[in-house]
Write a protein that binds this ligand. Sequence first.
Ligand SMILES: NC(=O)c1ccc[n+]([C@@H]2O[C@H](COP(=O)([O-])OP(=O)(O)OC[C@H]3O[C@@H](n4cnc5c(N)ncnc54)[C@H](O)[C@@H]3O)[C@@H](O)[C@H]2O)c1
Length: 342
Amino acid sequence: MTDNGNGNGNDNLDIGPGTRTLVTGGRGFVGSHLVDDLVARGATVTVLDVTAPDGTLPAGVGYRPVDLRDPASVRAALVPADVVFHLAGNASGTISVDHPRFDFETNAEGTFNLFEALLDTGVRRVVYLSSAMVYGRPQTHPIAETHPLNPFLPYAASKLSGEHVAASMVESYGLPAVVGRAFTIYGPREDPRRAGGEVSQYLRWHLNGLPIPVVGDPDAKTRDFSHVGDLVAGLVRMAERGAVGECYNLGSGTETSMRELVTLIGDVTGTPARMECDLSTLEDSYRHVADVSRLRALGHRPRVPLAEGIAALAALLGARPELPAVPTVFQRDTPAGASAAA
Ligand SMILES: NC(=O)c1ccc[n+]([C@@H]2O[C@H](COP(=O)([O-])OP(=O)(O)OC[C@H]3O[C@@H](n4cnc5c(N)ncnc54)[C@H](O)[C@@H]3O)[C@@H](O)[C@H]2O)c1
């Protein structure tokens, strides 16, 4: 354990050969990229997930089946680890509106079950991936970590509950936890049947030669898009240098309106993109951009410009990819639209 000189008693970690890491949700979109990154660093990686591997786990990566909702299953699945990345859970706002109990049991109780089981295991760092949805509708721009927390979706409430569990276990038991609040993530491997991020959804419509359905006001609605590779680098940075008990915005710090995104998709693919706006649903037509000063202070810098990330994703998806199947739902009985809050 080395002192990092920031006076908060945290030890610096460098994830590399010999570091034992555990990734909950390692079979998912973000988790699979994190696993690849950790393997590339030479770390030992074990995935804990309710979804069994389908042959896509990198060689040498361990897998332990777990349902986080069941404390006994969590205890049985744990293996000794230096760093635990907790990513598993329901990532869909739409699913949380349709199934709020499932969402709460998975995200809030599941997080409690995991963190309780980690107490006294000797783990050196626990990174919990929360969501910028915990801020609710922004009152200031860019959104700093000190912004009031006003969840309006069950998903945001369950993610915030996980944050409170983390904070209380830091205070009461010394769990070495740090929290990341991700803004909108995009990149390869997003499941169109589950994910609601605008970049891949819009691209999928466009690559099928269809107009892009934009839910809300295309100018008033802005988002902060992070390539999954940058997000993963931020998570690793938080694990290595983040202060225990602190939370960090995980975003690019760049604001992009839906109209700008549609135009960019057209520019990058060489085919002008058309959009069809549904102005009947304005619940999420707000500006959403991260103040990333805290993460920057740890030395993190996003590397993938949005145009570059879209171009790479478009090339990967090819012509006529599977269409998105996740509607935007903010309330029960709200007519279906195009994308879910994540
Ligand atoms: N994708 C985004 O834009 C975004 C934005 C903000 C925060 N996040 C957070 O990032 C994390 C990962 O999101 P993702 O997009 O990779 O989601 P994902 O749905 O692709 O992956 C989630 C993984 O968790 C696993 N899982 C679900 N329930 C489980 C349970 N009960 N026990 C064990 N494993 C379970 C799933 O099998 C899956 O592999 C989530 O916690 C989400 O809240 C994602």
